[in-house]
Design a protein around this ligand. Sequence first.
Ligand code: FAD
Length: 302
Amino acid sequence: IFDVLVVGGGPAGASAAIYAARKGIKTGMLVETFGGQVMETVGIENMIGTPYTEGPQLMAQVEQHVKAYPVDIMKGQRAKDIRKNDLLEVELENGAVLQAKSIVLALGAKWRNINVPGEDAFRNKGVTYCPHCDGPLFTNKKVAVIGGGNSGIEAAIDLAGLAEHVYVLEFLPELKADQVLQDRLAQLKNVTVLKNVATKEIVGNDEVEGIIYTDRADNSEHRIDLAGVFVQIGLVPNTNWLPETIQTTDRGEIIVDKHGQTSLAGVFAAGDCTDSAYKQIIISMGSGATAALGAFDYLIRN
Ligand code: FAD
């Protein structure tokens, strides 16, 4: 029986495990893949105190840090249900059940897909979700960014410095990004913004050669020849398996209070799977610490 069972091994989960173990309580960590989204990140320049690092390097150091404490790390396992009997129980996909007095959910998130023909077929052959990782592959080529929210417009500004031309495709009649980003985008000569358009298909042979979209005003169909499509329509939290007793927002983000407590007593949550305002490494590490301290407070009161 664990005092604290952390589910998830990204920055939030690792931070929660270290904070819990430092209280001398029995701490477990259930992780599908250690490192989380950070493993997909190349350059990281916003870890305060570390001017530059890279995702795999940072998470190798984080794993060493966790291993400096007696944390029982169970890798390659997925949780599929949580129940509360006398204790909290986490059921794994392999049928095993882990028992704990408190839980910290640090499940993270994944890129949202556009679900059009060609997206799967051309993934990593021109379809990408990560301008920081793959932007340089499209130097002097034409690319599209799908999505006119903050991440889409940031990506477009970023890519405009490398690509020959950037097309931004927004489904709604208006961009949703902050005005300061829209103003910055408007100054760039090699960017075309297409609003009120629906992406219909990504086409090519071995690699992406074009994108087909529908103008929603008159239903006309258009094709742009290009080499890359950056999908930037948000993140989906990995929370669809949680029971209804753990409340989420309509976007699936776990609702937490300022101690990281969820709607189910003894279950805490941290990082990108929660309704926190921003999704960043340092923020998820901070909320992981909060959730572990919240769990410790819960344990000493119950
Ligand atoms: P995640 O990192 O998503 O980790 C989730 C963990 O939960 C994983 O270990 C996963 O295997 C596990 N898990 C999920 N479901 C289950 C389950 N059912 N059972 C067991 N385990 C499960 N942030 C920055 O601050 N700076 C950057 O430069 C930066 N660049 C980024 C670049 C890319 C390409 C991406 C994708 C993200 C970037 N971010 C960056 C954001 C940052 O990576 C996230 O905010 C951070 O990783 C969130 O941490 P997390 O622990 O909440 O979730």
